[in-house]
Design a protein. Structure first.
Length: 430
């Protein structure tokens, strides 16, 4: 998306002069606007975001930027809020670094995401944690343990507390060692010493790097082989329940050659590293080689010009969706077997467009397509498509649809061979 030319200065002024913590109601409003409107993909149907007015797009873009910055993608290192600072602070320790601070290694200048670190001094509105380093500053979940940050030695960080949020005294000094995995996807932080024990309790441990190509998302980007967790994807969320980020609602293992290209409340996308590195989009009609998880799918209405609403009379369980797909007039559906995912029964179906289906989507640029899934996305089977879908029900009753899709239908079989072991590794927390 394109932001207005002056948006950076507007946002910087807001953060420098305004509150350091986004209210829950604003966070929820941002997600309602950004997550559930622009991210319509997915379906290779036209994105609703492209049809929004200029004003609406400006608001959504600004909201996305506020979301990212407000929750840790950029640490501005501004002066501490005077409401949190003692009137006459007495540092409990003196900084050990020289008067000229050495900036933190550029390798650390990403958000690092992990499971929520519970601590009595911290009030968490999200079930995940983020630590961020700028060149000379540090923050935990944007608000807590705001500190100056410097590097007194290789692979060492010194933090000097700037405010009392989280239980530190202004001036508390902490020394930490850090190590990145060979490709930088994982960070391990060790507390060597810290006058603020509550800061040490939440910073030490393992973290995942967020190096998303998209500025409006906290996805992980290119991945080394290993196991990873989602943070925003919430497939088990009940209807009408309040959404909150939930680290580890999905976990999975990838071999060499994969990237996480999107992490939204209703969708989670894994893309081949080659497609991700090429800058291939993960939305629109051109779809790179990817695995996409769709939370709470419904059958998309037929014969209605690809309207974004469910087909009447079709249930939302995996069993009911399978039956509907197998009888879909616009799709040739082949049962390809069953499997276990996290101990749950899943049905595998291979799909292609029926040769006699001629209905189209998109009035302005029509293309032949049979609507398939609808939710906070709209998915279709297009002319020439071949892809695989896997359907299962979570223990709480919500369905999940998994789609393996290739830009080139001729390569789908090879992609399926690469994707199925990853799908087998999926774990959904209850």
């Amino acid at each position: 998306m394109t932001r207005p030319k002056d948006i950076d200065s507007v946002l910087e002024a807001w953060f420098l002069d305004g509150p350091s913590e986004m209210p829950d109601r604003l966070f929820e409003a941002v997600f309602d606007r950004v997550e559930r409107v622009p991210q319509r993909r997915l379906a290779r149907l036209k994105l609703r975001f492209a049809e929004m007015s200029t004003t609406a797009r400006w608001i959504a873009a600004a909201a996305a930027a506020i979301l990212v910055v407000g929750f840790g993608l950029v640490a501005f290192g501004r002066a501490p809020d005077s409401s949190n600072v003692a009137s006459s602070p007495s540092p409990s320790a003196s900084p050990s670094a020289s008067a000229t601070a050495i900036p933190v290694s550029g390798e650390l200048r990403h958000p690092f995401i992990g499971a929520l670190r519970q601590h009595p001094d911290i009030q968490a509105s999200q079930d995940r944690s983020v630590i961020t380093f700028a060149s000379l500053s540090f923050a935990y979940n944007d608000t807590y343990f705001r500190s100056t940050a410097s590097s007194p030695a290789a692979n060492q960080i010194q933090l000097v507390a700037q405010n009392v949020a989280g239980g530190c005294a202004v001036g508390d000094v902490g020394l930490y060692s850090w190590a990145l995995s060979p490709g930088g996807s994982k960070l391990t932080v060790t507390a060597d010493s810290d006058a603020c024990s509550s800061r040490a309790a939440v910073i030490a441990g393992e973290w995942q790097r967020s190096a998303c190509r998209r500025s409006d998302n906290f996805c992980l980007g290119a991945l080394e082989p290993g196991r990873y967790s989602s943070q925003y994807f919430t497939p088990a969320l009940k209807k009408d329940a309040t959404w909150r980020a939930d680290f580890g609602a999905l976990s999975y293992t990838v071999p060499e050659g994969w990237a996480n290209a999107g992490d939204w409340p209703d969708t989670y996308t894994l893309m081949t590293a080659a497609a991700y590195a090429s800058g291939a989009p993960n939305e629109g009609r051109v779809v790179p080689d990817q695995i996409t998880l769709l939370a709470r799918p419904a059958a998309a209405i037929l014969h209605a010009d690809c309207a974004e609403r469910p087909e009447p009379g079709v249930g939302i369980s995996a069993k009911e969706l399978v039956a509907w797909i197998m009888s879909h007039p616009g799709i040739v559906a082949t049962l390809a077997g069953s499997m276990k995912i996290d101990g749950l029964d899943a049905t595998i179906i291979d799909l292609r467009l029926a040769p006699d289906w001629t209905e189209t989507c998109d009035d302005q640029q029509p293309f032949i397509a049979a609507p398939l899934y609808v939710g906070a996305y709209h998915w279709s089977v297009n002319e020439g498509d071949r892809f695989r879908t896997v359907l299962l029900d979570l223990p709480g009753g919500n369905a999940v649809a998994i789609v393996v899709d290739s830009e080139d239908p001729a390569t789908i079989d090879a992609l399926v061979d690469r994707a199925m072991p990853i799908i087998s590794s999926f774990d959904f927390t209850p």
